[in-house]
Ligand binder design. Structure first.
Ligand SMILES: Cc1ncc(COP(=O)(O)O)c(C=O)c1O
Length: 385
């Protein structure tokens, strides 16, 4: 009998999303001007506890524009964690700057603040802290390092909408933050991104550059080279609906994670980290295989795929990717990022997932671990999430 397919992450879209998108279409405001853009920007700024949210085309250009608006480019170094989705580093390259890779903390999977200190040189202009898989980086320690060295601190919060550090929401913990609203993210606009900041001058510059750097005083006069990094009103309509449903979406995801915790309780598999004083959210349920299963991630993913269960390996660390392999990589000898990537699997994490589906995944996972122990399988496709 053919088994029901369980996807890794489905968007949670309902009647409210449908209604708002229809409203946007009927209004005729389908490009980057419209009531939903203003409403989403105001609502999201409030959600993050900041003065400014600027909606953009996606999370990658959000990082790029954040750097460029700050004047960061050729000759500058930007510190990024070794374990992240590649966009964090490609945006640095697009800006013409040099990524400096820093290992992650095994407790949070996020950038290790002590190693950040060791990575700083006179050319360091920014630190990008990625809140990986929904767990905030240690923003207290990073703020301290950034302040002592006068370095710009950016949060890449693409995977962490609604997470908190010391009770404060991500998006307002650095000098600026970037978000993604891609289809697999906690809140989605299909494609989409955002910069949040309390720095009004930075926000003004971002708004100017994202819209072809057009003069406010004189139409079609462009004093600089700008970008078209705008979000559409239709996307923002989706975003407004998602934002209204944010707590519902987050609590459903938390419920799915708690079911997995019940299933894997007492096993050798560790699920999403939780380190005080963080209140992480569940973007994806992440499972760390025991040390003995190191290197069997692709075989386990394939075994689950054979049972119609969709998974993802962890991101391939930047230091193992051809464009970044020659970058300076600060670690303590053995890379934590490599170990995590050798053992980490993202499990199905959609809001609509049922208790019985979670049980099915957990049972399949235990079977896969036993099966792959006997005979390692060839690599599965390593698609990113
Ligand atoms: C950590 C991180 N940064 C940046 C991005 C880029 O966002 P986007 O896909 O919207 O360009 C993503 C995800 O896609 C991500 O996970």
């Amino acid at each position: 009998m053919k088994q029901e397919f369980i996807p890794v992450a489905e968007p949670d879209l309902g009647l409210l999303e449908e209604r708002y998108v229809l409203d946007a279409v009927r209004s005729g405001w389908v490009s980057s001007i419209g009531a939903f853009i203003d409403r989403f920007e105001k609502g999201f700024a409030e959600y993050c506890g900041v003065r400014n949210a600027i909606m953009l085309s996606n999370g990658t250009v959000a990082i790029h524009l954040c750097l460029v608006s700050r004047g960061i480019g050729s000759g500058d170094e930007v510190i990024v964690p070794d374990l992240t989705f590649v966009a964090t580093a490609s945006a640095v390259k697009h800006a013409g700057a040099t990524p400096v890779l820093v290992d992650v903390d095994p407790a949070t999977y996020c950038i290790d603040p002590q190693l950040v200190e060791a990575a700083i040189t006179p050319r360091t202009r920014a630190i990008i802290a990625v809140h990986l898989f929904g767990h905030p980086a240690n923003m207290t320690a990073l703020r301290d390092v950034a302040d002592r060295h006068g370095i710009f601190l950016i949060e890449d919060a693409a995977e962490a909408h609604g997470a908190r550090w010391e009770g404060k929401p991500v998006g307002g913990l650095g000098d600026a933050a970037t978000f993604s609203f891609y289809g697999n993210k906690v809140l989605t606009t299909g494609e989409g991104g955002c910069i949040t900041t309390n720095d009004d001058a930075l926000a003004t510059r971002v708004r100017f550059l994202k819209d072809h750097a057009m003069s406010k005083e004189r139409r079609y006069f462009h004093p600089e080279v700008g970008f078209n990094y705008r979000m559409t009103n239709i996307q923002a309509a989706l975003g407004c609906a998602q934002l209204e449903r944010a707590s519902e979406i987050l609590s459903r995801k938390a419920q799915v994670l708690s079911w997995y915790r019940e299933e894997f309780g007492g096993s050798s598999i560790n699920l999403n980290p939780v380190v005080h004083p963080a209140n992480p959210i569940c973007w994806l349920v992440v499972a760390l295989l025991p040390i003995g299963a190191r290197g069997r991630v692709n075989a386990v993913c394939q075994a689950l795929a054979d049972e119609a269960i969709d998974t993802r390996p962890f991101f391939v660390p930047l230091s193992k990717l051809p464009p970044y392999a020659a970058c300076r990589f600060v670690n303590q000898g053995t890379a934590v990022s490599h170990d995590l990537a050798d053992r980490g699997i993202c499990l199905p994490s959609s809001t609509r997932q049922s208790r019985s589906q979670v049980a099915r995944v957990a049972e399949a996972m235990q079977r896969a671990l036993i099966r792959t122990q006997a005979a390692p399988r060839p690599a599965a496709s390593a698609g990113g999430v």
